[in-house]
Design a protein around this ligand. Structure first.
Ligand SMILES: [Zn+2]
Length: 233
């Protein structure tokens, strides 16, 4: 088997291995990244806080309304008990009672507003909880798919590594190190096929004499432009 063919096979294996390694790093990162859950948890905490705040506000205003009602009842009671005869005193009590009535109406309006806000907050809280549950559910699904892909890729990587060892057996050490150096310099691609009479990567056209030489497989031919090893099927 020709050396350029062996190098070409090696290149194909290495390219696939590079691709698998890159993907495995991505999968690792994705598996440890649960941004969706973090985000949904934050939103839930915020919604909880908001609902709690409004609940306290609502309790306070309810207490306030209740206190004013009691106060007004006492005033009314004094007013109609018949015990107070002084007209000035009665007039004051009447005024107090009316003022309290107005204040209670105002408080009840406020109470209604807070109640509506509280109900909205409760609705938001429910939604935030559902969003978090969904995020957790889809993370489990996604992770299952990723773990499956990861396991397949690891198996393939093992197989390719063994194939690579076998191919390397038939390549002289000098060519192996030449190939390695080229791969480092040329973004991982040291061997390239001739496509339409030109270098498959940089497009430089290859002379018929060189192509003959490539096919004769007695010597390695390099692209005159990018310097990669040429291979022609
Ligand atoms: Zn080239």
């Amino acid at each position: 088997m020709s050396e350029s063919l062996n190098l070409f096979r090696l290149q194909k294996l290495d390219s696939r291995i590079d691709h698998i390694k890159t993907r495995l790093v991505q999968i690792d990162r994705a598996l440890s990244d649960d941004r969706r859950i973090i985000l949904a948890t934050k939103k839930l905490e915020k919604a909880k806080e908001e609902a709690k705040k409004l609940r306290i506000e609502l309790n306070q205003i309810e207490d306030k309304v209740e206190a004013q009602r009691i106060k007004r009842k006492t005033t009314q009671h004094s007013l109609f008990s018949g015990k107070i005869k002084n007209p000035k005193e009665l007039q004051d009590l009447q005024r107090d009672s009316e003022a309290l009535k107005r204040y209670i109406v105002q408080l009840e309006d406020e109470q209604l507003e807070v109640m509506i806000a509280y109900e909205t907050a409760e609705g938001n809280l429910d939604q935030a909880q559902q969003t978090l549950d969904r995020a957790k559910g889809s993370a489990i699904e996604d992770n299952a798919a990723l773990l499956g892909e990861q396991s397949k890729l690891k198996d393939e990587l093992e197989r390719l590594t063994r194939e690579k060892e076998a191919v390397n057996q038939s390549i002289p050490q000098v060519s192996q190190s030449l190939y390695q150096k080229l791969r480092e310099k040329k973004q991982g691609t040291a061997v390239v096929t001739v496509v339409d009479g030109g270098c498959g990567i940089c497009g430089q056209s290859i002379t018929p004499a060189d192509r003959q030489l490539i096919r004769s497989s007695t010597t390695l031919v390099f692209c005159p432009s990018c310097g990669r090893i040429l291979y022609e099927e």
